[in-house]
Ligand binder design. Structure first.
Ligand code: NAD
Length: 483
């Protein structure tokens, strides 16, 4: 055991449930973004391995869809129990490769068992409809029609680095539960958590052919996986740029794209300033702001702006940067120094565009101290582009209508939060904000694993959340019996 977390682990590729070296024999080290120490090693897959995984997946999908749902449930429940037992180990792996504080990683890892159980349940509750065919003019009562919902076949799951367990399980859980074979391509920076979870599914009894994990470069593997006609569904979470690439080459298959964001939180007159400032001080900086539903923008009514900033600033300044494994650390490094430099230059550009730095914003290696940037015009790049870093942009407005316009004033639409306002403003906010989820009384940074989850506009399409994912990973067949 390394003094700072899990033992470095070495993995092969998982191809149809079998561990094997990459066809190229190539391997790659994984390093901690905090101190650069090696935390593991993985195989580097190529297009040859993609073909092997898809070929295995075809066999796996054919067998798994014929496996009764109650047997799939039993296997997934075993996996959930193993995930619960190994939560501490999974958390240490997440912190080691992603750099988030161990307390945050524990919160993530401890959701694993519950997501797998919820998936098992939803995947076994796949109902069809009976069709009232005699309501169709000219059709008598001699016909019976109904729908069957069936697994799509092979699901390709492509995941980002920021929640290496959660976002993997939100795809693999529902896909397996509803009878599909899955090929997982985890983020290049954080493959170890995904591989540890895959090991759990294999130990729990997921049969031959059904689960593959391919580690390696997103571009090469992604293109080969996405364009293959044997794949019936792609479930992608990542940046809008890669999402656009996937959409352009996928061909005829189902797509779910969970993409980038620049999520707003409205602070209106009447807001509970203490609650709103505490929620923003968490929601803007959790996981160093590398959360798709991070509070990137605070849109505050001028009447409450001074009080809000007075309450927010000490809370943000109390955030403790440091070793992800040290007690008391609440902010780790970004995923790479390159990313910290990008955030640093976004803040510098905001200031040259006329905004002011109220607090933080200094870079040290891969760390950026938690920043509050005020006086941000929604048209500025700092509001328009996804930041994915530990900073909040504050925009002041004079009216509720201006707040809604600012909330809707970017290409994105993933999630939004609202504090304060009148009841009718709350109702207008839920109807008029273009976002996949709207939280009244909280920031966008909140998710229950069962809720439909996914963005509008450039934030993507399709919904996750276990029941929604099962729906997107199955397809409807209509059956008519002609008497
Ligand atoms: P990314 O787009 O760089 O990578 C995501 C995954 O795609 C990785 O596994 C990567 O290897 C792979 N990939 C890279 N090129 C590819 C290609 N050409 N074809 C197929 N796959 C390819 O994203 P990231 O930096 O890992 O994650 C951050 C992004 O993810 C942010 O934009 C964030 O908003 C987004 N995100 C969205 C949600 C959501 O639910 N909407 C959740 C988490 C993260």
């Amino acid at each position: 055991m390394h003094e700072n977390g899990s033992q470095p682990r070495s993995y092969e590729l998982l191809i149809g449930g079998e561990w094997r070296e990459a066809s190229s024999g190539e391997r790659q080290g994984i390093h901690s973004p905090y101190d650069g120490r090696p935390v593991g090693e993985v195989a580097v897959a190529s297009a040859v391995d993609v073909d092997a995984a898809i070929t295995a997946g075809e066999r796996g999908a054919a067998a798994w869809r014929r496996t009764p749902a109650h047997e799939r449930v039993a296997i997934l429940h075993r996996a959930a129990d193993l995930a619960d037992q190994r939560a501490d180990e999974i958390a240490a792996t997440i912190s080691a490769e992603n750099g988030k504080p161990l307390t945050e990683a524990l919160g993530e890892a401890r959701r694993s068992g519950a997501i797998i159980r919820l998936s098992a349940h939803e995947g076994s509750q796949v109902y069809g409809d009976s069709l009232p065919l005699d309501a169709n003019p000219g059709t008598g009562q001699d016909k019976v029609g109904f729908t069957l919902r069936q697994p799509v076949g092979i699901v390709v799951a492509i995941t980002p680095f920021n929640y290496p367990a959660l976002l993997v399980l939100h795809k693999v859980g529902p896909a397996l539960a509803s009878g599909n074979a899955v090929i997982l391509k985890p983020a290049s920076a954080t493959p170890l958590t995904a591989l540890a979870l895959a090991r759990i599914f294999i130990e729990a009894g997921v049969p031959e052919g059904v689960l593959s994990v391919l580690t390696g470069p997103g571009g090469t593997l992604g293109d080969a996986l996405v364009s293959d006609p044997r794949v019936r569904k792609i479930s992608f979470t990542g940046s809008t740029g890669v999402g656009e690439r996937i959409a352009s080459i996928a061909g005829v298959k189902k797509l779910s794209l969970e993409l980038g964001a620049s999520s707003p939180t409205l602070i209106l007159p009447g807001a509970d300033i203490e609650k709103a400032s505490s929620a923003v001080a968490a929601g803007g900086y959790v996981n160093a702001g590398q959360v798709c539903i991070s509070v990137q923008r605070v849109i505050v009514h001028r009447d409450v702006e001074a009080d809000f900033l007075d309450a927010l600033r000490p809370k943000v300044e109390a955030i403790r940067m440091g070793d992800p494994f040290a007690d008391g650390t609440t902010l780790g490094p970004l995923i790479a120094e390159r990313e910290a430099r990008r955030v640093e230059s976004s803040i510098a550009r905001a200031i040259s565009d006329g905004s002011s730095l109220l607090s933080g914003g200094e870079r040290d290696g891969a760390f950026v101290s938690p920043a509050i940037v005020t006086g941000v015009d929604t048209r500025q790049a700092f509001a328009q582009e996804e930041l994915f870093g530990p900073a909040v942009a504050v925009t002041s407005v004079d009216s509720f209508d201006a707040a809604i316009d600012a909330a809707n004033g970017t290409p994105y639409g993933l999630a939004a939060g609202v504090f304060g306002g009148t009841l009718s403003e709350g109702v207008r906010a839920m109807r008029e904000i273009d976002a996949g989820s709207v939280h009244l009384g909280w920031t966008p940074l909140w998710r229950a694993d069962l809720m439909p989850y996914g963005g509008l506009k450039a934030s993507g399409y399709g919904k996750e959340g276990v029941r929604s994912a099962v729906e997107e990973m199955t397809e409807v067949k209509t059956v008519i019996m002609h008497g």
